[in-house]
Design a protein around this ligand. Structure first.
Ligand code: NAD
Ligand code: G6P
Ligand code: MN
Length: 441
């Protein structure tokens, strides 16, 4: 590979983009840059973040060419790494994903339940277009994708591009959890070697080894059961995230085998969650009034004062750091361990080969080389097969324009379950997504 890299951030107007830009400037020792370009379809939204980036790069990385654009040719020509984080339909549609099911007494969440399926089907057309656009101009670029719902997007892209070897799907929640374990143990999470299995937003840490080979999972379990659980960056988190982490203690009480991903709270305790969610003020409202506002205001302030020194656009640098670190692992062939999504192909026993499972993998120039997981217990296997089947049917519904498969997907989804309810919510989601979904027949 080249001495210095050309990088494009797709979804330049993302609330996470300034944090990624900061991470890029910070990590040039492991990820040297020649050119960084932000690309978005929404010129107006991207502009303040792009102007922030110009100031940041002038101050922190003056040798790096930096720009932002809505022109695909400029964005995708001769790039080495594509960092992809789009939100088809924006927060207006996330709001509907959350509120339509919730008003019916079903969990509505960005990546989970009926709302998650709506978002997944909505994302596919854009994601396929992005991969085609990149490949037309940069056949060898690595596409690092974390666009949500990552489980459905990863499965859909694997189906659309079966011969692709350079798309890496990754989520930051395992890293957030590792950092949170590090905080409670008073240790640096980079020293931990995790063993993890599941599907995206649907998985478990079975072991967590330190450098001396001690498994820290039992220690963490005891600590959480006694003292509760907080995110590593608790001071900067909204209340709903603190509540989410707190539920891990309940999950450990009820299902003590492994350390669960926080998103499992919805599947294990839907009634409890429903009783505590407000259908008129959901996470989308919290983000619109919180993270989105803060990030855009801070970028505007930086533009006004003309310096990005001491700017606070990043709440949680775990996200940006992870993206640059995993890209660097590919670039430098470090073979560090990351938790990523890969085709099962026998990694987890008795799971279908085409499932996009989330597991620990050594990441190097050939991409992720996953570690075998083997047999999982009946409970975990049943949960995963059910969730995989939902994911697969949702994506097949997209490709085949099949109403029947969408209905089957929702019926299998543990957060819908009832066929009549599934049909009702599906019809509402079809109406809400008519500008984005293919017509289901
Ligand atoms: P956001 O709405 O602030 O940003 C998304 C941006 O994408 C917007 O500026 C929008 O105009 C742009 N966009 C939409 N369609 C596009 C297209 N076809 N091409 C180019 N740009 C397009 O959203 P956000 O909250 O910052 O999140 C961005 C994405 O990253 C979401 O999908 C989110 O779920 C995901 N995310 C994933 C993880 C993870 O762990 N997997 C973590 C954080 C964020
Ligand atoms: C976690 C998840 C992501 C999700 C992010 C933000 O990091 O892994 O997939 O996008 O949280 O969620 P929020 O609800 O704060 O937008
Ligand atoms: Mn995620």
């Amino acid at each position: 590979m080249k001495e210095k890299l050309n990088v494009v951030i797709v979804g330049g107007g993302s609330t996470w983009c300034p944090g990624i830009l900061k991470s890029l400037t910070k990590h040039q020792d492991i990820f040297p840059l020649n050119r960084v370009v932000m690309y978005d379809i929404d010129e107006e939204r991207q502009k303040p973040l792009g102007e922030f980036g110009k100031i940041l790069f002038k101050e922190e990385a003056p040798g790096v060419y930096f720009d932002y654009t809505t022109d695909k040719d400029i964005a995708y020509e001769d790039v080495d790494f594509v960092l992809c984080q789009i939100r088809t339909g924006g927060y207006a549609m996330r709001d509907k994903d959350e509120k339509i099911p919730l008003h019916m007494g079903l969990i509505g969440q960005e990546t989970v339940g009926a709302g998650g399926m709506a978002y997944g089907i909505r994302s596919m057309t854009d994601m396929i277009e992005i991969v085609n656009d990149v490949r037309a101009r940069s056949p060898k670029a690595w596409i690092i994708n974390y666009t949500n719902p990552a489980a459905l997007v990863a499965y859909g892209l694997a189906k659309a591009f079966p011969n692709e070897k350079r798309i890496l799907n990754i989520c930051d929640q395992p890293v957030n959890l590792l950092r949170s374990y590090g905080r409670l143990l008073g240790r640096d999470s980079r020293e931990f070697e995790p063993v993890y299995f599941g599907l995206n937003h649907f998985g478990w840490f079975t072991h967590l080894y330190d450098r001396e080979g001690n498994d820290l999972v039992p220690v963490i379990k005891d600590y959480v059961k006694k003292n509760g659980f907080k995110p590593a960056d608790a001071e900067q988190r909204d209340q709903s995230w603190l509540d989410t982490y707190a539920v891990v203690a309940d999950m450990l009480e009820d299902y003590p085998d492994y350390l669960p991903n926080t998103y499992l709270q919805y599947y294990f305790y839907p009634n409890y969650k429903l009783a505590h969610l407000d259908p008129n003020y959901t996470r989308s409202d919290e983000v619109i009034n919180g993270r989105e506002k803060r990030v855009f205001e801070e970028c505007r302030r930086v533009i006004e004062v003309g310096t990005a020194k001491n700017s606070s656009v990043v709440q949680n640098d775990a996200h940006g750091d992870m993206i640059i670190e995993v890209s660097s692992a590919i670039y430098r062939n470090t073979r560090q361990t990351f938790i990523v999504m890969v085709k099962n192909d026998g990694i987890i026993k008795d799971m279908p080969d085409d499932a996009m499972v989330e597991v620990a993998a050594s990441v190097g120039v050939n991409g992720p080389q996953p570690y075998a997981v083997g047999e999982i217990g009946t409970f975990y296997h049943a949960l995963m097969v059910n969730q995989y089947s939902y994911e697969r049917l949702a994506i097949e519904a997209y490709f085949e324009h099949s109403y029947e498969k969408a209905l089957q997907a929702l019926t299998l989804n543990r957060l819908v379950n009832d066929g009549k309810e599934a049909r009702k919510v599906l019809d509402k989601l079809i109406e809400a997504n008519k500008d984005y979904w293919p017509e289901l027949k």
